[in-house]
Design a protein around this ligand. Sequence first.
Ligand code: AMP
Length: 281
Amino acid sequence: MTQVHTPEEMQGISHNWQKDKTIGFVPTMGFLHEGHLSLVKESNKQCDITIVSIFVNPAQFGASEDLGSYPRNMERDLQLLSEYKVDYVFIPTAEDIYPKPYRTWVNVEGISELLCGASRPGHFRGVATVVLKLVNLVNPDLMFMGEKDFQQVAVLKTMLKDLNLRTKIVSCPIVREADGLAMSSRNTYLTGETRQQALCLSKAIHKAKQLFSQGITDTKVLLQAASEIIIEHNAEINYIQFVHPETLLPAEIAVADTRMILAVKVGKTRLIDNAQLGTLL
Ligand code: AMP
């Protein structure tokens, strides 16, 4: 596993491999867990070369968000990655990604303003900009991303298509803890009590799926049942929606591929989760 630190070096390496090998890319913000590693494994299966990036992207954090305290442990991340077939790990600096003065941004209209975009203004502009820059440097055939960030995948698929980029996204299933909590670097913020409260997201999903499997398709009824579970756990609903899997627009009547998607605050920690209503959790 070779560490790459500068954009120029990364672009040169990819340019060399691109001629006769397929490149798989896994962008991350580090503090790696089994969710990230599942993407690495999938890239290994589908591509000749696997490149992982570790970059905590300041542009996707709002002023009052957790950029300063976002968990980091580069030594541990490199150790974890070295146990897999990772050919290159790209670790750029913020100065290299956002040379000063920085002026060029990517805005994927509409879809970026829904759901998480409504409560985190500018978040998807930061995500789209950094991912376009990384794609430009790594030039992957396939980019492996988690369904955990369902809206992120939808925004980035739109960006790649709109900008005629050759990279395709492979979205991979959510990896969960044994008790149902979706793995996330931010789970490290959860202590005894909030760790228990955090189970309300997967429990709310479970409840909605159960009702759907019994024939209840009115999303108002599903929303009511899911909300009760969040409230019972003393957590704060940011949003719970039932949406079309591609447009992310709300559905009144749920069908099997309707996505239930939610964001909930547990203590100070904002957690997200989602699932297709018609499949088992
Ligand atoms: P992050 O480091 O949080 O930016 O995540 C990097 C990538 O890992 C994104 O594509 C995430 O969707 C994905 N990811 C994060 N958590 C999980 C999970 N629990 N299961 C699957 N993929 C995940």
